[in-house]
Design a protein around this ligand. Structure first.
Ligand code: MN
Ligand code: MN
Length: 405
């Protein structure tokens, strides 16, 4: 028996075998290479290496180097104020992340992310607690609403907005911007703008005395402490302008899944159910042993955020190139447009992660659906199988985002 086939036996056994081998790459390595070739006498950090063991030894089917497909908010610089914090994963520290950038922000009760705007659109998912968001559109119509864990929002590029943590413990959220070069440190803040505009111009602009702005300060409050807001009804009543016709917030977790199987479920928020959005997203839940099927996205890169559980993702890029990566909570994954991948729950707990896209409409192409809907003879000729076996691969012919069914 060759080394390769011995290893394949290890890898293609029961789900337990998959777990054992994927979590113990040194066992795979020992089957593949002589001990001398695996020796590593120089300095090493076992703790660091254990976070992504696939870096040291990939699966036997892996080949080539697709670059860094994983980053983590837990590994990046954090910007703190006396009110809250934010940290970011952008193209600067995660080179593959060209089409989208991510930010993780914490606002305890009362803390405000200053009134601001920016060039790219901002998609957000609340991972903890409660907050109040405000925004206005180009017609001066308002949006004010309270968001909770499982809700998302989308502020189109240029739309000014704010976020404030509510009682009892504020909120935490992830933001995704449809530009990998975005930085949370270079947004356009109301205090920065006004502090760098002559007071007489401000006075003329607002029709008030220039002395109104004497206590403005130097600007860039960014994240600061403010009194807790009153009721939502009171806040809404202060503006007589109408609400925006399509709200900027959406209760994703409150929606029924668009797909549910024994393996897990998928919820989708895109322009079809969340009118204002120009960024599509899916919230995927996978039970232990379950798998987000082999697929790719024809219209956008995919930005991933891992909320809970342990995942293994395999990414295929043609020319025999395939890399495998392990993900933990607070990790970010990234897959370029039309590059194929699967995501498998290799842990003991439910795996939850977000897929975010820089296009308004969600779209994926499924390997199984493809195989199921070409002539059986054609598929059989490719895979060197008989027609009856090809028919088994062709069932069901509808799409099945999560296995097992
Ligand atoms: Mn923003
Ligand atoms: Mn995907």
């Amino acid at each position: 028996m060759s080394l390769i086939s011995r290893r394949n036996m290890l890898l293609t056994g029961a789900a337990g075998g998959l777990l054992a081998t994927s979590m113990k790459p040194e066992a795979i390595a020992a089957e593949t290479y002589p001990a001398k070739a695996l020796s590593m006498p120089g300095p090493t950090s076992p703790e660091e290496a254990a976070i992504n063991p696939m870096d040291w030894q990939n699966l036997p089917t892996d080949h080539g180097n697709l670059g860094t497909l994983r980053h983590s908010f837990s590994m990046v610089h954090n910007r703190h104020t006396d009110a809250g914090w934010a940290r970011e994963v952008t193209v600067r520290n995660f080179p593959i992340s060209k089409q989208m950038a991510g930010v993780n922000m914490r606002l305890p009760a009362g803390a405000v992310r200053e009134l601001h705007w920016h060039v790219p659109s901002e998609w957000a998912y609340v991972t903890y607690g409660k907050g109040r968001i405000t925004g206005i559109d180009a017609e001066g119509r308002k949006h004010i609403s309270d968001v909770k864990e499982g809700d998302l929002w989308l502020f189109p590029g240029g739309v000014p907005h704010s976020v404030q943590g509510l009682e009892p413990d504020g909120c935490e959220f992830v933001l995704v911007f449809n530009d990998g070069n975005f930085s949370e440190d270079s947004t356009f803040g109301i205090t920065d703008y006004m502090a760098h505009t002559p007071k007489d111009v401000l006075a003329k602009n607002f029709g008030v005395p220039a002395s109104t702005f004497d206590k403005l300060g130097k600007g860039d409050l960014w994240i600061f402490n403010a009194p807790l807001p009153g009721s939502l009804a009171d806040d809404l009543a202060q503006s007589k302008q109408p609400n925006v016709p399509n709200p900027y917030a959406f209760a994703l977790l409150d929606q029924p899944p668009v797909f549910k199987s024994a393996g897990g479920s998928v919820r989708i928020a895109d322009v079809n159910n969340f009118k204002v959005t120009n960024m599509a997203a899916a919230l995927v839940e996978i039970e232990p042993g379950g798998m987000r099927e082999l697929h790719w996205h024809p219209n956008s890169d995919e930005w991933q955020y891992y909320i809970s559980g342990t995942a293994r993702m395999g990414v295929f890029k043609g020319e025999g190139k395939n890399n495998t990566v392990i993900f933990h909570p607070s990790d970010v994954g990234y897959i370029p447009q039309s590059i194929a991948h699967y995501v498998e729950n290799i842990g003991k707990d439910t795996l939850r992660f977000l897929e975010v896209f820089a296009t308004p409409e969600y779209s994926d192409v499924s390997l199984q659906s493809w195989a199921a809907n070409v002539p059986h003879e054609l598929l059989a000729a490719h895979l060197n199988i008989d027609i009856e076996t090809a028919k088994k691969l062709a069932s069901p012919q509808t799409k099945t985002p999560i296995r097992p069914l």
